[in-house]
Design a protein around this ligand. Structure first.
Ligand code: IMP
Ligand code: MG
Length: 426
């Protein structure tokens, strides 16, 4: 039995939460492999909405959930998430990799300071960028450090001194930063989360060797990848399927399936180029229908048409084996529907995704227009969910089939509503 990676093919919020929930029924292990509290995965079950920031959504099914070494974890936010599950009577087994990094107050202060300066990229202010920066600078604190907090005092002091210097030198801020207070905080984290710390890499490899099913759940999206995304308007980790192996600690040959999730249109939160961004009033219509407001920050999301140049690029980067299209229902009543086939740049048509945001900013989308469809009747919907794809409106089927040809990748799942059962398997 395989390892399955689920990744987003756009700028995040593709509906990975719903897709992972849908496929994780038989999972033995569910693993989040990068990012931290910046993510917001939403699952709607029997009319109730559950929001996850760190935990893999399979927690809802009571699965054994893991937070891999590639993550930067906000301990108090994680505890809040756990508490809200406990209140529902759900007590999943949790393993946090000892190599995962801890997001500290200093990271959040720096993120906040950068965003307040007006020069930031529009982050979620969860301390993600600084936590990864400190990790790379070798002044990060990891969960395995919690076992011997006294030993990491010099490193913690250095991180705090660096932060003080940055805050005063770059942002003109004087903050009271105290090593002893940070130590106290880590002691509290150790006492509340210490028993969950383990070796996720070992667990994943042993589970796969036994023939178990492991779901690796990405966060953010491919176009927010620090290397391959629209730098500098990106998150600070590698979000792609290849990164999943490294971030968990497993070999690339162990991944059997890469499911790419994309919306039937596009959204993006924060700053950065977005060639297919829609004009009003269509943008607001889709935003309201799709409830396109950030799960983590509540910010209205920017909304655009489906961008096949961007999604094809993501399919290539991740080696996607099948696609899940979400929110197809949210385009009902919009006519015509545009799809971006290529970009025009300096009078030339380009079909590959540019490596520079300055170029992308100046790219004009080349659109094709397709017929829209009306909202599905209950009958159409039920028949489609029972496996009769032909019951869907002809225009919606056309849209899916058109995208499938354009992307040269099978579209296996079509989501037509927020609930788990509202998913068509083709
Ligand atoms: P950060 O990850 O908080 O540092 O934010 C960097 C960029 O990634 C910003 O444009 C955020 O809006 C975006 N971002 C981070 N996490 C998510 C997410 O889960 N969904 C969508 N955008 C995100
Ligand atoms: Mg989200």
């Amino acid at each position: 039995m395989p390892a399955v990676v689920v990744i987003g093919l756009q700028w995040g919020d593709e509906g990975k939460g719903k897709v992972v929930d849908f496929i994780s029924e038989r999972a033995d292990l569910a693993v989040r492999y990068q990012g931290g509290a910046n993510a917001g995965h939403t699952v709607v079950l029997n009319g109730r909405t559950y929001r996850f920031h760190h935990l893999p959504v399979a927690a809802l099914r009571g699965k054994h959930v893991c937070l891999a070494s590639g993550m930067v974890i906000d301990p108090m936010k994680l505890l809040e998430e756990l508490e809200s599950l406990y209140k529902e009577g759900i007590r999943p087994r949790l393993t946090i990799d000892g190599r995962a990094h801890i997001v500290l107050d200093i990271h959040k202060m720096l993120d906040e300071a950068e965003e307040s300066s007006g020069k930031g990229v529009g982050t979620t202010k969860r301390g993600i960028g600084p936590a990864y920066a400190y990790k790379s600078a070798r002044v990060g604190i990891r969960f395995s450090d919690l076992a011997e907090i006294e030993l990491i005092k010099p490193r913690l002091k250095k991180a705090i001194d660096m932060t003080r210097a940055l805050l005063s030198g770059v942002y003109n801020m004087n903050a009271e930063l105290d090593v002893e207070r940070a130590i106290q905080f880590l002691r509290e984290v150790a006492s509340r989360l210490g028993r969950h710390v383990g070796d996720v890499s070992l667990l994943v490899n042993e589970t796969l060797d036994r023939g178990g099913l492991v779901i690796l759940e990405g966060a953010q999206g491919t176009l927010l990848d620090i290397d391959h995304g629209t730098y500098p308007f990106v998150t600070s980790s590698n979000t792609t399927a290849g990164a999943a192996c490294n971030s968990v600690g497993m070999g690339p040959k162990k991944v059997d399936e890469v499911i790419g999730v994309t919306k039937a249109y596009t959204t993006r939160v924060g700053k950065g180029p977005f060639p297919t961004e829609m004009d009003e009033p269509v943008a607001s219509m889709v935003r309201e229908r799709g409830r396109e407001y950030g799960t983590t920050t509540g910010r209205p999301r920017r909304v655009g048409w489906f961008d096949a140049v961007a999604v094809r690029y993501s399919i290539m980067l991740n080696g996607v084996t099948s696609i899940a299209i979400t929110k197809a229902d949210c385009l009902a009543g919009i006519d015509p529907i545009k799809v971006c086939l290529a970009y025009e740049f300096n009078g030339q048509e380009i079909k590959s995704f540019p490596d520079s945001p300055q170029v992308l900013e100046r790219c004009k989308p080349v659109y094709v227009e397709l017929d829209g469809w009306e909202a599905l009747s209950e009958g159409e919907k039920l028949a489609a969910l029972r496996g009769n794809f032909d019951a869907l409106p002809r225009q919606l089927r056309n849209y899916i089939e058109f995208l499938e040809k354009l992307l040269v990748c099978p579209i296996k799942y079509v989501s037509i509503g927020a609930e788990r059962y509202e998913t068509i398997i083709r």
